[in-house]
Design a protein around this ligand. Structure first.
Ligand code: C2E
Ligand code: MG
Ligand code: MG
Length: 440
């Protein structure tokens, strides 16, 4: 029994390969031996190319079988004394315990790439998949377990950016993107744990009256080293590594909590809009998460709006409609963000149970000078009116843009001309009046 438990703890459930824990142990042993025998140790970091596409299009069951087939093929192409390990997801690591020269590792890498020319037979279909491989060698590229691992990973990212289906040796000048990505990822984990995120609130106004109609919650990251960071640089990394799910949940909870706090203190609060990434929207626990948060914070669902981009909705129309219907049934409002930048057809738009269109700021930017943008914006305003949707022009910065929007009877606007995103307390003070005189 104890032996069995130990096996489970040290092996990957899906492929039966050693896991990261066992690999780390073997690597440190190998490093110890190599030191004594004056040999070298190589670590190959492998990542399947475009595995996510395969998984998304053929389903997880096929993805899992493919990973098993990959595991077998890797094991069949190395010596019995080498360790093939599954690192998680579609990442594998191979430890070559005793090599004479780095070139020996290159030969293995070439052999593996060649072995992946043949397709994998999975559930009766042939699937082709290639590898990107990063190689790091002890002691040349690092003399601890951690540095050898990290440098192999870095080299793998370079293999990816060199067009995939190839291998790269680590070089000390390989800092840049991959390393920075890893840094951002680990800092994001810390940020979540240490509550370094905060939310700024940008009001939305009715253009004729200056009345506040809503507010958008925008995440910020107060990094202890770098200061206040806007979402642009870190949201894509969070999406890539899956951290967007807990981060998004934090934003949602904070926005709901704050809005309920304004209501509790007697302020004429307005609905709060929260941006939702594709990864979150497609996450199987998203709906349950929204309803949990509403219950926990006590916020009435009508006070919550979710902003989704066109491309999220258009990605898989049928399942989007089902999910939107479920949110709608909860009483939550739905907005299409960055409208005009995606490719939604109008017939689909009618099928989505949405409440709000947000005209993307790229159109608003040039409305006063570019006839095409002016036409598009006017058309969206008209369409929103016909479909009975709220229409909000985003990124309004100038008097000219504002004047144009008013003449075309755009109902609402958001932008620096009216207000920057504000700290919660500052927005709370604005709420007391419920409106703001807009520049003429
Ligand atoms: P978005 O949803 O389109 O948000 C509007 C962005 O435009 C915000 O940038 C806002 O500060 C900025 N903005 C507002 N008025 C003006 C203006 O007059 N001129 C210009 N040039 N910009 C204006 P921010 O806060 O940097 O956010 C950027 C994007 O990051 C957002 O675009 C949204 O897609 C994403 N984002 C923000 N918060 C979250 C979040 O909590 N979760 C997720 N998943 N994404 C978020
Ligand atoms: Mg938005
Ligand atoms: Mg937007």
């Amino acid at each position: 029994m104890a032996l069995k438990m130990e096996h489970f703890a040290q092996h990957d459930f899906l492929t039966g390969l050693p896991n990261r824990m066992l690999l780390t142990e073997r690597l440190s042993q190998a490093i110890g031996l190599a030191n004594r025998h004056r040999k070298q140790v190589a670590l190959l970091f492998l990542d399947l190319d475009f595995f996510k596409n395969i998984n998304d299009s053929l389903g997880h069951a096929v993805g899992d079988q493919l990973l098993q087939s990959v595991a077998n093929r890797l094991s069949a192409n190395v010596r019995a004394t080498d360790t093939v390990c599954r690192q998680g997801g579609d990442e594998f690591v191979i430890l070559l315990a005793e090599i004479e020269r780095p070139e020996d590792a290159a030969l293995i890498a070439e052999k593996l790439l060649a072995a992946f020319v043949a397709p994998h037979l999975v559930g009766g279909q042939e699937i082709h998949v290639t590898l990107s491989i990063g190689i790091s060698v002890f002691p040349d590229d690092g003399n601890t377990v951690d540095t050898v691992m990290q440098n192999a990973d870095t080299a793998m990212y370079h293999a990816k950016s060199d067009g995939r289906n190839n291998y790269q040796f680590f070089r000390s000048d390989m800092n840049t993107r991959a390393v920075r990505r890893l840094l951002v990822e680990s800092s994001l984990r810390r940020a979540l744990k240490q509550e370094e995120f905060l939310v700024h609130y940008q009001p939305q106004f009715e253009l004729v009256s200056g009345r506040i109609t809503g507010v958008e919650a925008l995440i910020r990251w107060q990094d202890p080293d770098l200061g206040l960071i806007p979402p642009g640089p870190f949201i894509p990394v969070a999406e890539e590594c899956g951290l967007i799910v807990p981060i998004g949940r934090w934003v949602l909870r904070e926005a709901c909590r704050q809005t309920q706090a304004w209501l509790d203190s007697g302020l004429p609060a307005v609905p709060v809009a929260v941006n939702i990434s594709a990864v979150e929207f497609r996450h199987k626990e998203f709906l349950a998460g929204v309803s949990d948060i509403l219950r926990e914070t006590g916020l009435a669902p009508g006070y919550l709006e979710l902003e989704l981009t066109e491309s999220i909705l258009m990605h898989d129309v049928e399942s989007s409609i089902a999910e939107l219907d479920a949110l709608k049934a909860m009483g939550v409002k739905l907005a299409v963000d960055d409208f005009g930048t995606g490719y939604s057809s109008l017939s689909y738009l009618k099928k989505f149970p949405i409440d709000i269109l947000k005209i993307d700021q790229s159109f608003v930017r040039d409305i006063a000078i570019d006839a095409d943008d002016a036409t598009i914006v006017s058309a969206v305003i008209g369409m929103g009116r016909n479909l009975n949707l709220r229409v909000i022009a985003e990124g309004v910065e100038t008097q000219d843009q504002f004047a144009f929007l008013r003449t075309r009877q755009c109902p609402e606007g958001q932008g620096y001309l009216f207000s920057q995103p504000l700290l919660a307390d500052d927005f709370g003070r604005l709420l007391v009046a419920g409106k703001k005189p807009l520049p003429k």
